[in-house]
Design a protein around this ligand. Structure first.
Ligand SMILES: [Zn+2]
Length: 257
């Protein structure tokens, strides 16, 4: 698992406050706090939502302001406002640069259990999730597991995520095939059923893993990396990022987030 760097804007005042934030992130990874700007940068293997939860348990509010060096984000939703969430992507970098991408997200409103998650070839939602095309498949290969060799999976095959008993799926994994540059402008889809990875002994299994209906989807867009987002006020609607924080990120019952 590759660590990624996540930057949060945190409401802080003074060094004592920063110390409490630092304590809240014990064992989370490498933590750097800049008190004057309220910037907290964490290099971690944890899902971003869990880092945010840890900071907020210290009594301060936190807003994610940068993710990875080269990153992208998809706001995932459906037409009936049931399944909603955010999936972030960040390029894998390190001592040995490899192709690959950290996929880190939270989705609410799912039925408990496993659901397929795939990158689709288009970013066209003119007909909802139906107009997004097939699984992203630049090599014209069969459907499969993300752990298969590159010739025995679609590039877009990211496998399954698991929703807990309240219907929330929190996930973070590294995929070795997709890159952030490849997937910007495409889309991500979560499906009704689990993906059988092409092992279902029928034709459809080799197309989409019998993963069923497309429940919710989102277009993948470029997002701010670390130290690229200096806004304190959201230009789109004039509310501060702290007011924005009170709006649910995903789902109608996220006030406890
Ligand atoms: Zn596929």
């Amino acid at each position: 698992m590759s660590a990624s760097t996540v930057e949060f804007a945190v409401q802080m005042s003074g060094a004592g406050c920063a110390e409490k934030v630092k304590q809240s992130l014990a064992n989370a990874g490498t933590v750097n706090i800049d008190i004057p700007t309220g910037r907290v940068v964490v290099n971690s293997n944890l899902p971003w939502i869990e880092i945010q939860e840890k900071i907020e348990k210290s009594g301060r509010r936190a807003v994610l302001s940068g993710f990875g060096e080269k990153s992208a984000v998809a706001i995932v939703s459906d037409t009936v406002d049931k399944v909603k969430g955010v999936v972030r992507f960040s390029s894998v970098t390190g001592d040995q640069y490899v192709n690959g991408c950290v996929v880190d997200g939270v989705l609410d409103g799912l039925t408990p259990g496993f659901h397929g998650i795939h990158i689709h070839e288009c970013g066209d939602i003119s007909n909802g999730c139906k107009s997004l095309g097939n699984h992203y498949n630049p090599r014209n290969t069969r459907h499969g597991s993300p752990h298969n060799d590159i010739d025995a999976r679609h590039a877009g095959d990211l496998g399954n995520i698991e929703a807990d008993e309240i219907g929330r799926a929190k996930f973070r994994f590294t995929d070795k095939v997709i890159t952030v540059g490849d997937i910007i402008g495409r889309s991500i889809v979560v499906t009704e059923h689990a993906d059988d990875f092409g092992l279902g002994n029928d034709e459809n299994s080799l197309i989409d893993g019998n993963s069923g209906k497309r429940l919710a989807c989102g277009i993948i867009a470029r997002s701010a990396g670390i130290f690229q987002n200096f806004k304190k006020i959201c230009a789109c609607d004039g509310v501060t990022i702290w007011d924005e924080r009170d709006k649910p990120v995903a789902g109608g019952n996220r006030s406890n987030l």
